[in-house]
Design a protein. Structure first.
Length: 108
């Protein structure tokens, strides 16, 4: 008798990608907020670009699975919400970083 998996591997991968992006982005933001080093804001910019690409690919694959796997739609939808929740957080961190840079006269 063949058993069906309880979840799709892409769901776990997408959630892990979102968690890692959030944790790393938070660490980069905190490092910049504490040190106010211009180099950290450059690292943050490149990290944001890479995280957007990785999360975007994960989101695209989740959307493709959402159309094909009706039995996992709720788990896939929850994973999509988790991946999308990084967007407003990243925007907040970017806005706060710009404010911190302006307060400390750091040229961006």
């Amino acid at each position: 008798m063949k058993q069906t998996p309880t979840t799709l591997p892409i769901i776990a991968i997408a959630k892990r990608c979102a968690r890692i992006s959030l944790a790393t982005g938070t660490l980069i933001f905190l490092a910049f907020a504490i040190s106010k080093a211009e180099a950290i804001i450059i690292v943050g910019f490149f990290f944001t670009f890479i995280a957007c690409a990785a999360n975007g690919i994960a989101l695209l694959v989740l959307l493709l699975h959402l159309t094909g796997n009706r039995s996992y739609w709720q788990q896939i939808f929850n994973a999509i919400i988790i991946v999308l929740s990084n967007i407003p957080i990243a925007m907040l961190f970017a806005w706060l970083s710009i404010q911190i840079a302006e307060l400390n006269h750091i040229n961006l």
